[in-house]
Design a protein around this ligand. Structure first.
Ligand code: GTP
Ligand code: SPV
Ligand code: MN
Length: 588
C-alpha cells in the first residue's frame, strides 16, 4: 500500500486510519493537506476519469460539472439513522438502529470496498480555526469529489489537523461511495461516540459528512449536553443607512430560501442598506456572557440550490458562481456553459444526465436539486465578521416554510416560549432536496426534521432551557414568502423585497414598529411594512397578512397530533403555550 508523506502525531487518529485501512483495503492512503496544489491534482485526476467535466473556460473559469448517478441526487431520509443505545433517545422523529447492529451492518458493507481505490484522510474544522466554539472532524472517504467539495465547504487540511494534534476531540466520519446501489446505502450516526458511517451515496448531505451529519445531527446532540444549539439556520447581518448592523438567524427547511435571504441585494428603493452574509445553512448558537445569543457559521462555503438563481432573484449568487465553482447535476449549453431552469439566459443542449436535450419532453433540463459548491470568500456580500471567533450577536430568530396558504407573510411570537411553540409547530411543503414526494405539507419543527440527532421532545425542552438562560433573548418570528393566490402565483415578490420584512422584524426588536395582537401572535398593521416602490396587486397586503382562524384551528389540531407521538416527554411549558393559542383561537 502507498502512503502520502503527511501522517499524524495523534495516536487515536493514526490508529483509526489503520483500522479503517485494514477493513476497506485501499490501494493507497492519502492524507489531505488542503493545499491548492493538492486540489489541482485531484481535479486533473477527475477530469481524466470523467468524474468532472470542464465547463466553458471563457465564461466560467475554474468551473466544473459533476454528474451524479441518476439514482443518487438528494438526501435519503429513509436510509438515515440515529443509533443511540436507547431507542427513545433518538425519538420518533428519527429512524433508529441499535448501535451494535448498525455497526455490524456497516462493517459488512465497508469490508474491502476500497480495493483498487485511494483512501483519503480529510481533517476538517467546522467554524473558524481560531474559535473555541468550533469543532473538528476527520472524514475518511474514497471519493475525490468529496475531498474537493470538503475543501470548499470547510476549513480542511493542515490547520484542522494541527488543532486535532493539539488535543481537540474529533468526529470520526467514514464514507465510501460503494456501488451506488440504493439497496446498499445507509447513513448512520452514533452521537454517543461521535461517529458517522455513510455508505453507497456520493451526494451532498449524504457524503459531505461535515455538513448535515456532523454540524447538525452529531452537533445538535452535543449541543444539548453542553448548553448550546446547532441549527439549520442562515445568519445574516442587516446594515441600515446609519451604518448599524444587526444580525438575524433564520430556519427554513431545505430549498426554502436560506441561501437567497443570506445574500439578498436590497431593492432600488432601499439605497444605503447593505446585507452581510455570515452563513447560509447552519448556525451554532451559544448563550454569551452578556445574556445575548451568539452565532457562528460552522461552514466555509455554500452547497446551494442552482435552479431559480438568476441576475434578478439572486445577483450575488449568480455572479459568485461564474468562476471557481463545482456544479452538480446542471444541464449544459451547446458551448458548454452551465444551464438551469430559471437562469433566464441561453438554452440547454444536454440535460443533467448528459442526454441531448429535448424541449418537448416537458422535463427539467437541470435536476431540481442541482447544486453549486463554492467557497464563501467568493461571495461579494461575505460578512467581515464571518471569521469572528465569538460569532455575531443575534437580535431575531425567524422560522419559516413553504405554505401556499395559512401562514401570513410575517408574525411575531409573544415571547421566547411562545416562539418555541411557533418553531415546534412549523410545517412546510417538501422539496427536491430529499428523495420522495414533493409539495406535500409535513411537520418540520425548526426545519430540523431531517437533522435533529435526538428526540424532538428533548430538543424542545432544550430550546426552552436555553431561552431561560438568556437575559436578552432574540425575538422570535415566523415568515412565509410562499403564499399563493388562486392562480398559483406567489403573492409576495420575495427575494430582494424580503428586506422589507427584515426591517419590520428589526424595528420590532427595537420597539418602533406597529403591530396588532392576534391569537397566533403579533402581526404588522397594514401599513407597517414599507411598500414604497413595490408593485403588488390591490389588496395583496391584506391577503398576505390575513389569519384564517378556522384554518388555524385545524392547524393546531395537526400540531397537537404531532406532539402526541412524543407522549409524556413533551415539555409541559410547550403544552401550556399550545393550549393558550388553541383557547385564544376558540374565543375569538
Ligand atoms: P438548502 O440549501 O436546501 O438548505 O436550501 P435553502 O433554504 O438555502 O434555499 P434557497 O435559498 O437555495 O432557495 C431554494 C429555492 O427557493 C430556489 O429555487 C429559490 O429561487 C427559491 N426562493 C428563495 N427565496 C425565495 C423567495 O423569497 N420567493 C420565492 N418565490 N422563491 C424563493
Ligand atoms: C439541504 O438539503 O438542506 C441542503 C443540501 O442544504 S444537503 O447538503 O444535501 O443537505
Ligand atoms: Mn440545508
Amino acid at each position: 500500500m502507498q502512503r502520502s508523506p503527511m501522517s499524524t502525531r495523534n495516536a487515536e487518529l493514526a490508529q483509526w486510519v489503520e483500522e479503517v485501512a485494514r477493513l476497506t483495503r485501499p490501494d493507497r492512503i492519502q492524507w489531505c493537506d488542503g493545499s491548492e496544489a493538492e486540489d489541482e491534482r485531484l481535479i486533473d485526476q477527475m477530469l481524466d476519469s470523467g468524474e468532472l467535466i470542464r465547463l466553458n473556460e471563457k465564461t466560467h473559469p475554474g468551473c466544473y460539472l459533476h454528474r451524479s448517478d441518476p439514482a443518487d441526487v438528494a438526501r435519503v431520509e429513509h436510509l438515515t439513522f440515529v443509533c443511540t443505545e436507547q431507542e427513545a433517545d433518538a425519538g420518533p422523529n428519527n429512524h433508529w438502529m441499535a448501535p451494535g447492529d448498525a455497526r455490524e451492518k456497516m462493517l459488512g458493507l465497508f469490508e474491502g470496498c476500497m480495493e483498487g481505490r485511494t483512501l483519503y484522510v480529510v481533517p476538517y474544522c467546522m467554524g473558524p480555526v481560531a474559535s473555541p466554539l468550533s469543532r473538528c472532524g476527520v472524514e475518511i472517504t474514497d471519493s475525490p469529489y468529496v475531498v474537493v467539495n470538503m475543501r470548499r465547504m470547510t476549513r480542511m487540511g493542515k490547520a484542522a489537523l494541527e488543532r486535532i494534534e493539539r488535543g481537540d476531540s474529533f468526529v470520526k466520519g467514514l464514507h465510501s461511495t460503494g456501488e451506488l446501489d440504493p439497496e446498499r446505502r445507509f447513513i448512520m450516526h452514533f452521537p454517543e461516540s461521535l461517529e458517522i458511517m455513510s455508505y453507497g451515496s456520493g451526494y451532498g448531505g449524504n457524503a459531505l459528512l461535515g455538513k448535515k451529519c456532523h454540524a447538525l445531527r452529531i452537533a445538535s446532540y452535543q449541543a444539548r449536553t453542553e448548553g448550546w444549539l446547532a441549527e439549520h439556520m442562515l445568519i445574516v447581518g442587516i446594515e441600515n443607512p446609519q451604518g448599524e448592523t444587526h444580525y438575524v438567524a433564520a430556519a427554513f427547511p431545505s430549498a426554502c430560501g436560506k441561501t437567497n435571504l443570506a445574500m439578498l441585494i436590497p431593492p432600488e428603493s432601499h439605497q444605503g442598506w447593505k446585507i452581510w452574509t455570515v452563513g447560509d445553512d447552519i448556525a451554532w448558537l451559544h448563550p454569551g456572557k452578556d445574556g445575548r445569543l451568539w452565532a457562528i457559521n460552522p461552514e466555509a462555503g455554500y452547497f446551494g440550490v442552482v435552479p431559480g438563481t438568476s441576475p434578478k432573484t439572486n445577483p450575488n449568487a449568480y455572479e459568485m458562481i461564474t468562476r471557481d465553482t463545482i456544479f452538480t447535476n446542471v444541464a449544459v449549453t451547446e458551448d458548454n456553459q452551465p444551464w438551469w431552469e430559471g437562469k433566464k439566459d441561453g438554452q440547454p443542449a444536454h440535460d443533467w444526465q448528459g442526454r441531448p436535450w429535448n424541449p418537448d419532453s416537458g422535463k427539467a433540463a437541470a435536476h431540481p436539486n442541482s447544486r453549486f459548491t463554492v467557497s464563501a470568500t467568493q461571495n461579494p456580500s461575505q460578512s467581515p465578521e464571518a471569521e469572528a471567533p465569538a460569532g455575531v450577536p443575534i437580535s431575531a430568530i425567524m422560522f419559516g416554510g413553504r405554505r401556499r396558504d395559512l401562514a401570513p407573510l410575517v408574525f411575531e411570537a409573544r415571547d421566547w416560549n411562545h416562539g418555541v411553540l411557533v418553531g415546534a409547530g412549523m410545517a412546510s411543503e417538501t422539496t427536491a432536496a430529499a428523495t420522495g414526494a414533493q409539495g406535500v405539507v409535513r411537520r418540520d419543527p425548526m426545519a430540523m426534521k431531517p437533522f435533529c440527532g435526538y428526540n424532538f421532545a428533548d430538543y424542545f425542552s432544550h430550546w426552552l432551557n436555553v431561552g431561560a438562560k438568556l437575559d436578552k433573548p432574540p425575538r422570535i418570528f415566523h415568515v412565509n414568502w410562499f403564499r399563493q393566490d388562486a392562480e398559483d402565483n406567489f403573492i409576495w415578490p420575495g427575494f430582494g423585497e424580503n428586506l422589507r420584512v427584515l426591517r419590520w422584524v428589526l424595528d420590532r426588536c427595537h420597539g418602533n414598529a406597529s403591530a396588532v395582537e392576534t391569537p397566533i401572535g403579533f402581526l404588522p398593521t397594514l401599513d407597517a411594512i414599507d411598500q414604497e416602490g413595490l408593485s403588488m396587486k390591490d389588496g395583496a397586503m391584506e391577503e398576505l397578512l390575513s389569519v384564517d382562524e378556522a384554518l388555524w384551528q385545524s392547524e393546531m389540531t395537526g400540531i397537537g397530533d404531532f406532539f402526541d407521538q412524543f407522549g409524556e416527554r413533551i415539555p409541559e411549558a410547550l403544552m401550556e403555550e399550545f393550549r393558550r393559542v388553541v383557547e385564544a383561537l376558540g374565543n375569538d
